[in-house]
Design a protein around this ligand. Structure first.
Ligand SMILES: [Zn+2]
Length: 106
């Protein structure tokens, strides 16, 4: 299993390259097929929005997908930029854990 599969929605990630290098944000969506993620406040572009039933027409900020190779997971336990691995517990349940501190990640 590749590293990318270990990043999930609501994880915090940090951008390691590109125009938003150093920014961190919450993963809003994982696009597994494209190996991309949409991260809150990262890779934001102005988009023209058409008027809809619950929204005004105008220009809105929209976070665009970025490739998983451009981000690193931030561990909620040790706050280090890291990557998550998976392991099987004794009961067979598979969990993620931090490579740096070893803590289990929800
Ligand atoms: Zn950690």
């Amino acid at each position: 299993m590749s590293t990318m599969a270990n990043i999930k929605k609501n994880d915090t990630v940090r951008v390691i390259t590109g125009k938003d290098k150093g920014k961190a944000g919450k993963v809003l969506r994982v696009l597994a097929k494209d190996e991309k993620v949409i991260v809150e406040n990262v890779n934001v572009y102005k988009k023209h929005q058409k008027q809809g039933p619950n929204r005004e027409a105008g220009i809105v900020d929209k976070a665009m997908p970025i490739h998983l190779s451009n981000v690193q997971a931030v561990c909620p336990k040790c706050s280090e930029a890291t990557s998550f691995r998976r392991k099987a517990l004794s009961d067979g349940k598979r969990v993620r854990f931090c490579r740096k501190c070893g803590e289990t990640i929800e």
